[in-house]
Design a binder for this molecule. Structure first.
Ligand SMILES: [Zn+2]
Length: 124
């Protein structure tokens, strides 16, 4: 685990999907695939373990927003069913992709800031 204080806030690193230490190098190689290390400061991303956290948060947030949006559209505009299929069928995956990027980058920045790592017994 890296031993330095971050130069960028957790929120800024998450929103911009950049390195949690220097705030300059991009965090992802493509899509949601992490780089091996930061291009700016050389921080290795081997310590990263965001687990299922981003997906769980994205499910809760998107479930609330997309279902709420679908209900509002239905009761205000009364569109035919195909409009819902096309609208939410396109909007939901796009929103999930961008939300997952932001949430994954934010959780990685939080992990770096708080030096979170797997628990160990202090026996040796
Ligand atoms: Zn960096």
């Amino acid at each position: 685990m890296a031993e330095s204080t971050p130069a960028v806030s957790v929120v800024a690193a998450g929103l911009r999907a950049v390195c949690p230490r220097c705030g300059k190098g991009p965090l992802f190689r493509s899509g949601l695939v992490l780089r091996d290390k930061c291009n700016g400061c050389g921080l290795g991303y081997a310590f990263v373990d965001s687990g299922d956290g981003p997906a769980v948060f994205a499910i809760f947030i998107l479930g609330f927003v997309i279902l709420g949006g679908a209900l509002i559209v239905e009761f205000r505009l009364h569109p035919p069913a195909w409009v819902h299929v096309v609208l939410w069928g396109i909007l939901t995956p796009l929103a999930a992709f961008f939300l997952l990027r932001v949430l994954k980058a934010t959780l990685i920045a939080l992990q770096f800031k708080h030096k979170a790592e797997e628990g160990r017994l202090g026996l040796n």
